[in-house]
Design a protein around this ligand. Sequence first.
Ligand code: PLP
Length: 500
Amino acid sequence: MDIDAIDSALSPRTGGPAMDVEEFRRLGYKSIDMIASYLGTVHEWPVFRPMTPSERGLLTGQQLTSTGIAPETLIDTFADNMLPFAMGNGNRRFFGWVNSPPAPIGILAELLAAGQDPACDVGDLAALHLETSVVRWLAELVGFPTDTMGILVSGGSVATLTCLTVARQWVAEADGWDVRVDGLSGARAPLTVYMSTEAHSSVRKSIELLGLGSSAIRLVPVDEQRKLDPAALRDMVKVDRSNGARPFLVVGSAGTVNTGAVDPFDAIADVCDEHGLWLHVDGAYGAVGRVHPEFGRVYQGLERANSLSLDPHKWLSVPIECGCALVRDRELMRRTFSLVPPYLRTEEGLGVGGPPSYAEYGIQQTRGFRALKLWMTLQYMGRDGVRDLIVHSVELARYLASVVERADDLELMAGVELSIVCFRYVPGGPRPSDEALDALNREIEHLLQSDGRTFLTSTVLDGRFVLRACVLHYGSTERDVDALINVVREIGERTWSSRH
Ligand SMILES: *Cc1c(COP(=O)(O)O)cnc(C)c1O
């Protein structure tokens, strides 16, 4: 069969993926029109909308057809049955977890990247050369050396897992055993890890996945600003050493998920230097806050870390998924992951040969073209745009905190370091017990989330339930913050008075 005969044999809709180019164009315009309308009106939609059992069932009960479905129908089904049930992060009245809206240019980048669809592992590919630049930019933004090795991954959790795997390789090499051959059975002494009580759960998950077990974790107390206490860290390391353990890793936070606290990296790095420990920083949420013109001192010492995890799909508004693992010791990172079978071997400058395979620096082999959306989003904003985005979020969070502080029926529950504000509603009249306030605020959270006008989440600080708002939307304004406060109060008053 010649090539045209093969082509015509495949093009009828017999079940293959082929699509006529003009049909693709038409469907593409339709899809872009839909998303453009969505972006233009999303602020008028409910921020979050709970699904009815039948709306849910329509999705969970989907059956794979034998003959395929017309593409229009697929796109319409997305528009009708999925698009209205978003998480809400596109809406500027969304203040939940640590989730930004997607930058519009990043949405387009996703389309373009999927159109090209490189595997981003090995080869002389544009996608890989671009990745070296965007990773370097991230290193620059957070003050890391620009020759740091970095790799784009799915998110902060995998970035941390990647970095901590390198840390494990480092301690094994330092102590003369081979973790890649012997696993942890080669370890000379029980390995111990230090992080604050405020560290993100993904750090613990990494420690568990690395086979160290969560019993290897020492939780270091925090000060009243919820920053890791370096003196306590030093003492804990000393005690563990004298008991025959091998302390090897400290994980600091550049912006905790609870309150946005930034650990004192200089003091922590001093302890690491004294005792020969690897310093990793979880910067998934807050490391890019370092570009804030006032925050130089807060982040001082971050650049002394051995590795850093970042999450451009958080504050930088790159569409999900986009994380980044930065490791200063490039060769160590390669020794941690490199496993090059003959069928993947290429030689630089020959044939498809390009830069060393990214699979030699991380967990994945085939990787999506994440660099494009990161490149477009950052280059669309420029350095000043990134700074303005950070400054805007921080200012709005400070505004929210000031509104809370001025109100008789609201209490600020933690200091505001970056863009997270923790507070609670406290009704007028005789002061309710803490337990009653916990229950009331929990109910406010649930009612507010399904109300649709705005959105926040919660956490527990010192055993107390608190409402938690994280400002990350580039389009949020003081009016949106006022709306959040008004809805909290309205629901709080209504809920409290219906009971008393
Ligand atoms: C979100 C977050 C993580 C986890 O990142 P994912 O992208 O969700 O995997 C880790 N640490 C902090 C501080 C975070 O905010």
